[in-house]
Ligand binder design. Structure first.
Ligand code: ADP
Ligand code: SF4
Length: 687
């Protein structure tokens, strides 16, 4: 299909200093949990994005010196020449597809704990690291330290050029970089020419830009990443105050401005807390202050929004981290007019959890992410099927839909049956909850793809029985029937059922009950031993409907795991603002019909709170009854020509939606691989 001419503007080349980007799609720096530890995986992941049409593909933050060691987090590293070959893997992968490679040089200052290097952290002034509870402090930099730092940065820029990078970043973003700590008056208490007035606090950033330009500026573009607003009111940098003044002072010095809000949780807000393009109000001023190209982010997945940003003079480049993760081929699909093939980011931040858990990045929408090198998975292509198998997939949640999509793409004859009238399983049900509307994209992308496949038959409102499966005539049966929440309170804190939950079953509701429309009675206790999003989302919904809600959790904070998706602070704040009562460090041990008994996780001291109903969110059980029924009939299966019955996704082991999509994808790619007793993916072994 030819490209819609409305989008032509997105494909204009743009000059950035001495280099030219072939279009306006700019993959801004993003972490990925692979970095220096898994350079081949990292390079392959970036290479796929270049193949997908991004004109610029950036690294994550790249540590420039052992005093900037952010272990245990796994970022890029350019401490000395020995780090160059690993980064060359990336620049070669990016250049192969005619894209520019950018590197974000970072000194994390007081945010570097230096747990591996055991160096002492450095900062403008003596400071405890506000982002860590490590019992160490950063020491104030002397003038000689500032000279050293400038030299390290310059050397790193020279090495970056040798590694083949086209764009070199000076990084003053997210509140996690030394140049930004110098800008922040709350962290910079110096009395010399690097502290005090804004002119003085900007001095180091100016010098770094000048140093970098002087070192590599004839070949490489020099970009600055700056947080123009920290969303901290007067305590921080603000777009109408120092944020603007900094850009004005340095306006024409860099070749490119990459501007955003700080900290990372504000920059990468989930769809639960911000809409596409939400940073516009903060960064709009930048283009009026500089003639240099400006890149900004905002979880852009709609080409119309992108065009609007450019036509209205907000941005020159469409910056993206998450949209490029969910769909590395986003630019290519706009270019070829295949808009309904775009796999839109749902804004869940599961990708961020890779960085936070120091493991390779994973994405809810794109199961191939992080598997490009180690499994050879490509986001758009899949090897054709090799046999005459036919498939019956039971259940059309994230698992079943993704499985059908890939089997269909491989050319197999696929039948997918769903008991409900609606496709999408938990993705559809949960997308109806407050703030999760974008999650429906998990379903919509896959349904769109399946509808185009003539070899896929889709059956709605079809609850399949074991007998029907045997009679159906498929050679392989895939059970993707999902899971259900337990009603007995068993989970992490309670290994055995909660006393009284059974007797008061009509007052003890699960998330499934609420999603099915059952109503609770006020006051409600939500017992959240799941620690992810659901407890808080349901509490929010119940509170908004006027219920008196208390959320009880054994953790020391609400939705504790959402620290890994950058949401925990925003969630707890929202619940407090809504008037939900928060009870931490307590588990529910008993329900007596009108009150729950709670036990302190530390002292085991007991207390009670009124509860006319309880919503229990603790753990789930697989809906694997069909699997059990088929497993005991091997003769019937073989008489029917069924060669395999497999339970996958939540039906095998309840998990996240990302895990469900991955399970469906994996089955479809790997069901016909020989079973071997070896690790099923390539590994990067230390030399
Ligand atoms: P997953 O996350 O693994 O995809 P979900 O719970 O989201 O799991 O989806 C499972 C889907 O399977 C649900 O939509 C459910 O209605 C459907 N399902 C469960 N049992 C049957 C059955 N016997 N026949 C057809 N569909 C079923
Ligand atoms: Fe988007 Fe979620 Fe994928 Fe991250 S994990 S890129 S937020 S869909």
């Amino acid at each position: 299909m030819p490209r819609d001419s409305r989008y032509d503007i997105l494909f204009e080349p743009i000059k950035i200093g001495p280099v030219t980007a072939k279009n306006r799609f700019f993959q801004v720096p993003h972490c990925n949990g692979m970095g220096h530890a898994r350079p081949q995986s990292h390079a392959a992941m970036r290479g796929v994005k270049a193949e997908g049409g991004w004109a610029v593909v950036s690294t994550e933050e790249v540590e420039i010196h052992p005093t900037s060691d952010v272990a245990p987090f796994i970022e890029g590293r350019l401490w000395d020449d020995r780090d160059i070959p690993a980064l060359e893997l990336m620049t070669e992968a990016v250049h192969r597809h005619d894209a520019l490679a950018a590197i974000e040089l970072v000194h994390a200052g007081m945010n570097a704990n230096n747990a591996y290097s055991r160096e002492i952290s450095i900062a403008p002034s003596h400071t405890a690291n506000p982002a860590s509870y490590m019992p160490v402090q950063a020491r104030a930099m002397r003038k000689s330290d500032i000279r050293d730092f400038r030299r390290w940065h310059r050397n790193a820029a020279l090495r970056a050029r040798r590694a083949g990078f086209d764009i070199v970043y000076v990084y003053a973003g997210h509140g996690i970089s030394l140049p930004m700590h110098f800008l922040q008056s709350r962290h910079n208490h110096r009395t010399d020419e690097y502290g005090g007035s804004l002119d003085n606090r900007v001095r180091l950033l100016r010098e770094l830009i000048e140093d970098t330009k002087e070192a590599v500026g004839s070949d490489c573009a020099v970009a600055v990443r700056l947080a123009v607003d920290e969303l901290l009111c007067a305590e921080g940098i603000q777009r109408d105050g120092e944020g603007r003044e900094i850009v004005e002072m340095l306006a024409e010095l860099p070749d490119l401005w990459d501007v955003n809000v700080s900290d990372w949780a504000n920059d990468s807000k989930t769809s639960r807390f911000a809409q596409e393009g939400f940073q516009e109000d903060f960064v709009r001023f930048v283009k009026s202050v500089t003639t240099k190209p400006v890149v900004g982010v905002g979880r852009f997945t709609s080409p119309d929004t992108m065009v609007s940003q450019i036509r209205r003079g907000v941005l020159d480049f469409i910056g993206a981290a998450r949209p490029s993760i969910a769909d590395p081929f986003l630019p290519r699909k706009i270019e070829t007019g295949d808009l309904d093939d775009i796999r839109e980011c749902i804004g869940c931040n599961f990708c961020v959890s890779g960085d936070y858990t120091m493991s390779p990045i994973r994405c809810t929408q794109n199961p191939t992410l992080g598997e490009e090198w180690r499994k050879g998975w490509h986001p758009e292509t899949v090897p054709p099927g090799s046999g005459s198998d036919t498939f019956l997939i039971v259940g059309a949640g994230p698992t079943g839909l993704e499985c059908a999509r890939i089997l269909g793409q491989r050319g197999y004859s696929v039948h997918i049956a769903e008991a409900r009238e609606q496709w999408g399983g938990r993705a559809t049900r949960e997308a109806a909850l407050p703030g999760l509307a974008s999650w429906i994209r998990v379903r919509d992308y896959r349904i769109n793809q399946l509808r185009k496949m003539r070899n896929v038959e889709m059956l709605r409102g079809s609850r399949v029985t074991a007998g029907e499966m045997i009679e159906f005539g498929a050679t392989r049966v895939v059970l993707a029937t999902g899971a259900r929440w337990r009603r007995d309170g068993v989970g992490r804190a309670n290994a055995v059922p909660v006393q009284g939950f059974d007797a008061a079953a009509d007052r003890v509701l699960t998330p499934d009950d609420l999603l099915d429309g059952l109503t609770a009675r006020s006051p409600i206790v939500v017992f959240d031993d799941d620690h992810y999003y659901l407890g808080s989302v349901l509490s929010e919904k119940l509170r908004a409907s006027g219920y008196d809600v208390t959320i009880v959790t054994p953790a020391d904070r609400i939705a504790a795991w959402t620290v890994n998706t950058l949401e925990q602070h925003a969630i707890q704040r929202r619940l407090l603002e809504l008037g939900v009562r928060l009870v931490m460090n307590q588990r529910v041990v008993k329900y007596e019909g009108d009150e729950v008994v709670m036990e302190c996780m530390y002292t085991t001291r007991r207390s009670t709170t009124p509860a006319s109903s309880v919503v229990t969110i603790t753990s789930r059980l697989p809906n694997d009854e069909l699997y059990e029924a088929l497993e005991v009939q091997p003769e019937a299966l073989s008489a029917a020509g069924i060669v395999s019955v497999s339970a996958i996704g939540d039906c095998l082991a309840p998990g996240t939606i990302a895990a469900a999509v991955y399970a469906g994808h994996r089955y479809a790619r790997e069901f016909d691989l020989p079973e071997i007793d070896q690790v099923g993916f390539r590994r990067e072994m230390p030399q």
